[in-house]
Design a protein around this ligand. Sequence first.
Ligand code: 6PG
Length: 259
Amino acid sequence: MALATPEKCKSQVLKFDSEEHVAVAVAKYTADLSEKYVKEKGSFSVVLSGGTLIETLRKLVESPYKDSVDWSKWLIFWVDERVVPLDDDDSNYKLAYDGFLSKVPISPSNIYAINDKFSPEGAADEYEARLKHLVKRKIIPISDATGFPKFDLMLLGMGPDGHVASLFPTRQQRYEKKRWVTFITDSPKPPPPRITFTFPVINSASEIAMVITGAELANTVKIALGGEPFPGPSPLPCMEVLPEEELTWFLDKDAASKL
Ligand SMILES: O=C(O)[C@H](O)[C@@H](O)[C@H](O)[C@H](O)COP(=O)(O)O
């Protein structure tokens, strides 16, 4: 059995001249992984975040990928979601639907949005139960190394405070070790009620892309990648991202400006 160790995870930092170049590179990277995983296992599970990521995915819904990617094999999940109605402007589902999912032929039955009728706690329980069902039906595999579900690709953003998903430096959800999905009612980034994948699930993914653009993230990128000792009591959440196979940082010039 292959054990996930930091030594096994390959990590690379890619720097680009502009956000536009990041968008081009992320589209190619995602399309290449789609081809690889569809060939290897017949499907491609992609976990989205909210924020600027969806805008950065814009090249994926253009030529040549719009026609070359086998969208029928894609399964879509959210690493975190705001607990608001799915048609609310704060919904990560709505953001992804408007900017990405409505433009490509992914089957609606392969798009796993949260159930927006529940409280944050109920929505987290229901999403976790749905994931467990998908594992039981062998639609999502379990990582041999960790016992948590293993998604093919997670596309993550990062906040200036170093949060990823809805795992914030000052909130205890980042330390959750048992649950697959948990909830938060006091997110420092609005809106406050959210659900989020936990680190054991995030780090059981095969591949993770950290897609980071903009000067306001330069200091955090420097802390995460600059090689200097972390100044606080525990590392930032973004520093704890360590998937099973490969971690790729996509940075534009502004985000990389302090490296
Ligand atoms: O619901 C959310 O807010 C997102 O999923 C969140 O985790 C996001 O990825 C980061 O906050 C980065 O956001 P930006 O890309 O907008 O900086």
